[in-house]
Write a protein that binds this ligand. Structure first.
Ligand code: URA
Length: 287
């Protein structure tokens, strides 16, 4: 502000800031609270006694520098220890690897609180079907119905999946179904790379424990995450690949997600071909 400005103008500007919500004078430099440290306790005063032989030394002359005070936060504010994404993922990996059964894996996921989705989801959606089945099907993430019931693929796309399975003579007693994410992303948005990466150790262990003969990957998120590729589903679908995660490898086949087929029914033909290819691969005859 120009000191020659009339006072009325300065007051108007001040009022403008107050109206905009800036009602507290803090300082003229921004404070990064993540770098800030709690104000240290004042150092204890030196207790050495002064004797006539040791007169108090005059304080050294210092040139006053225009030094800005270090940012401090009030003691009452908690200092949040942030864990890096790598540390969180490494922790997930250690927890998942230590699980020796599906029940244990489900229990560990139930109490795993480092994925932000857990806080917004109603239920963990672990899996459905027969863990002894030769075919394991992996979708993207639970939707609202799945979140409510804690079971994968029970909404409209699940109903289509059931009809697709019936067309090749299967049902939930002859497949095992899970998702990339075991919690619903709010508003059914796509999983973020962090969420997928964080949940991947659990899925990797899940697949290791089930040891399916083949994986059917439903949709782009499932295919790209488990095949470690950025290629889109339109190019990937119908082409056999190899899944390799942890200590387990098996053939995998990407196909369209049922939710996509509901919007693009003309593509059901391709999905049908993929299911036939899967049955052939698993030496199951389709009547
Ligand atoms: N879509 C998915 O990918 N998974 C579900 O469980 C439901 C809908």
């Amino acid at each position: 502000m120009d000191s020659t400005e009339p006072l009325g103008n300065a007051l108007e500007q001040l009022q403008w800031h107050i109206d905009a919500g800036a009602d507290e004078a803090i300082g003229d430099v921004p404070i990064n609270h993540l770098n800030a440290v709690a104000e240290p306790e004042p150092a204890p005063k030196p207790t050495a006694k002064l004797t006539p032989e040791s007169p108090p030394k005059p304080a050294p002359e210092t040139t006053p520098k225009a030094k800005r005070p270090a940012p401090v936060i009030r003691k009452s504010e908690p200092v949040i220890q942030l864990q890096s994404a790598e540390e969180t993922t490494a922790n997930a990996q250690a927890i998942a690897q230590a699980c020796n059964s599906l029940d244990e894996l489900r229990d560990k996921l139930t109490v795993f609180d480092q994925c932000p989705l857990q806080a917004t989801a109603q239920n963990l959606v672990f899996a459905d079907g027969n863990p002894k089945a030769d075919l394991m099907i992996i979708g993207e993430a639970p939707g609202a119905d799945e979140d409510r019931q804690g079971v994968p693929f029970v909404g409209v796309s699940g109903q289509l999946l059931d009809r697709m399975l019936a067309a090749i003579g299967r049902d939930r007693t002859s497949v095992y179904i899970t998702n990339i994410l075991p919690w619903r992303p709010p508003g059914n948005r796509k999983p973020t790379p962090f969420e997928s990466e964080l949940c991947l150790p659990f899925l990797t262990r899940h697949i290791e424990l089930v040891q399916p003969k083949a994986l059917l990957l439903l949709g782009g998120t499932s295919a790209s995450t488990l095949m470690n590729t950025t290629t889109g589903i339109t190019k990937l679908r119908g082409k056999w690949g190899e899944y390799a995660g942890g200590n387990y490898t098996c053939p995998c086949l990407p196909t369209y997600h049922p939710a996509y087929l509901l919007r693009q029914p003309a593509l059901k033909r391709d999905a049908w071909r993929d299911l036939l290819s899967m049955q052939k691969h698993l030496h199951v005859e389709v009547n």
